[in-house]
Design a protein. Structure first.
Length: 566
């Protein structure tokens, strides 16, 4: 009986059960954190190197420059790449990816060629912008001629391209933003970029929630884009999440995600501009040094924690460098939106940015509810959490490979035996908890409870039957088979004694309740007593042992007298 039970427990312990996969959020992209750094434009390698080094130290991994179409293609089909070559080379040497903004129409291509700023109007023919984008892809993309012509520059090709800037703002669309016109721009330019680089990431223009006259509010404009068929004309949607507060900035992302979800679009969102000023004249986005740092700490913390929920692909801070002294409180806010002062010393916001951009501390995983000790067989519920918001969770049951899971996790009915559940968190930065949280329990059937009176009655009944046997006939036997009732599965042992001497012993096991037989074999002492005695007082001890199933052992004793009968 015990060997069968051990086999059952062993098979239970060896049963490997897989966990159903839950939706798992990927860690944030390696280029999640970026900055706009126009101060790098026109700098030599020696001048740019310390700036880039400091940016990497802050956790910056992507730069967002303006690729000035008007400057780079001053006449149709004639390109000037020298300044851009220097920027791209410096960025590559600094280990930075580049997200260029394809913007500023040349006068020859602009819809307002005679205006004071023709570059701020969209092109008359979007194919011209597409040709410029294709030329840039062929120069700086994965198969770009720039890399083959500059073998000493680390090859870090441009793989993402942003088409125009703030088209819902009156300033950037000739005074009259029009969603249908911007959809037409994307519909023209995107296929041309994809033909030049099938793996390119096409990013829409960053769109703000502008309150300026003639502009279209962010959610309204994105709604109009989808109404005009924008879905499928881009890979990533750009948002300029400027707001008075970090919560407000996150709220803008939520608004855009809601519109995208309503249109069945799960494309990622890239916040390609956001920021606050530490000085300057009073404005919606002007605060002080401490406020700027606190805002970035809150915003970046929320975006990291909710990047999967909101589908945020990255965030680019505007700007890196102040262009005005901190004590100048009369100029525009954007001149004070940098992470570093005008002399490139660090603001408190630099530290806040770095704390959020670089994290090498693994999270802790905590069980908040789990079965412990011995439990009844059946489904169990296990709850757990991670110390860092936005962490992924992976679970393992009974030694199976870790796989994605979510809390609470429902454990199915498992075989009897010992079971172990482990869960570990991976934070959005890819740090894995080296000490997973572990729960262990034993699934077991509760032991049956037997009435001791049943064993007593059995012993009394057996003694009464044995008392009727003829001592003379019994003395001729080496053993006697006793039939009795088992109250349940277990081992039944019978011992016969006389005057303190053991006359015989036997034992037998049954796997369930019912009638069974125990053969009591007489000892040499017992056989002598049976042969020599005319009258023999015998004590019968009957022991029922179901301990293999966790129940208590029951014992009963009864006496009878054997006589020689004629």
């Amino acid at each position: 009986m015990r060997s069968r039970l051990r086999a059952l427990l062993l098979s239970s312990a060896l049963a490997a059960l897989s966990l159903p996969a839950a939706a798992s959020a990927a860690p944030i992209p390696s280029d999640f954190f970026g900055v706009s750094s126009p101060d790098l434009t026109g700098l030599s390698q020696a001048q740019a190197a310390p700036i880039l080094s400091d940016q990497r130290a802050a956790g910056v991994r992507v730069l967002r420059p303006l690729f000035d179409w008007a400057h780079m293609e001053p006449s149709k089909g004639s390109y000037s790449w020298s300044g851009t070559d220097t920027f791209v080379a410096n960025a590559a040497r600094g280990g930075m990816k580049v997200l260029p903004v394809m913007v500023y129409s040349p006068a020859w291509a602009s819809t307002c060629p005679t205006a004071s700023r023709p570059q701020l109007c969209p092109p008359t023919d979007n194919t011209d912008l597409g040709n410029f984008a294709v030329a840039a892809v062929r120069r700086y993309g994965p198969a770009g001629t720039f890399w083959s012509s500059n073998p000493t520059v680390p090859k870090l090709p441009i793989s993402a391209w942003q088409i125009w800037n703030e088209p819902n703002s009156a300033v950037w669309w000739g005074g009259a933003p029009n969603a249908a016109e911007y959809v037409h721009m994307l519909s023209t330019v995107t296929p041309m970029i994809r033909a030049a680089d099938p793996h390119a990431e096409v990013v829409t223009a960053g769109m703000p929630d502008s309150l300026s006259r003639g502009s279209i509010r962010l959610a309204d404009y994105v709604t109009q884009l989808y109404a005009n068929g924008v879905k499928g004309t881009f890979d990533t949607l750009g948002v300029h999440a400027y707001d008075e507060t970090p919560d407000g900035s996150v709220g803008l992302v939520q608004q855009v995600r809601s519109v995208m979800n309503a249109n069945g679009d799960s494309s990622p969102i890239w916040i390609t501009e956001v920021g606050w000023a530490s000085s300057g004249k009073p404005y919606r986005f002007t605060t002080d040094l401490a406020g700027q740092a606190a805002n970035f700490d809150s915003l970046l913390g929320q975006l990291v924690a909710r990047h999967a929920e909101l589908g945020v692909r990255g965030v680019i801070q505007y700007l890196w460098h102040d262009s005005s002294p901190q004590d100048n409180i009369t100029d525009s806010w954007d001149k004070h939106s940098g992470l570093v002062f005008q002399d490139y010393s660090h603001k408190p916001a630099w530290d806040a940015f770095q704390r959020r951009a670089i994290d090498t501390t693994p999270p802790d995983t905590v069980l908040t509810a789990a079965p412990l000790g011995t439990v009844l067989p059946g489904p169990q519920s296990i709850a757990f959490s991670a110390s860092e918001a936005g962490s992924d969770l992976d679970c393992s049951l009974d030694g199976a490979s870790f796989s994605a899971c979510a809390s609470p996790y429902s454990v199915p009915t498992l075989p009897l035996g010992v079971h172990t559940f482990s869960v570990r968190a991976t934070d959005p930065y890819g740090n894995v908890d080296p000490t997973p949280a572990v729960a262990q329990w034993t699934a077991a059937v509760p032991p049956p409870v037997y009435d001791p009176r049943a064993i007593q009655a059995s012993a009394s009944s057996m003694a009464k039957s044995l008392g009727k046997l003829d001592l003379r006939k019994l003395a001729k036997k080496k053993s006697v088979a006793l039939k009795m009732l088992w109250p349940g599965p277990g081992l039944m042992t019978v011992v016969m004694k006389s005057s303190g001497k053991t006359m015989g012993r036997g034992a037998s096991a049954l796997g369930g309740a019912g009638q069974g037989s125990v053969t009591v074999r007489f000892t040499s002492t017992g056989r002598k007593l049976l042969k020599r005695s005319k009258r023999l007082r015998v004590t019968l001890s009957q022991t029922f042992d179901p301990s293999a199933f966790g129940s208590a052992t029951l014992t009963s004793t009864s006496s009878f007298t054997l006589k020689k009968r004629r």
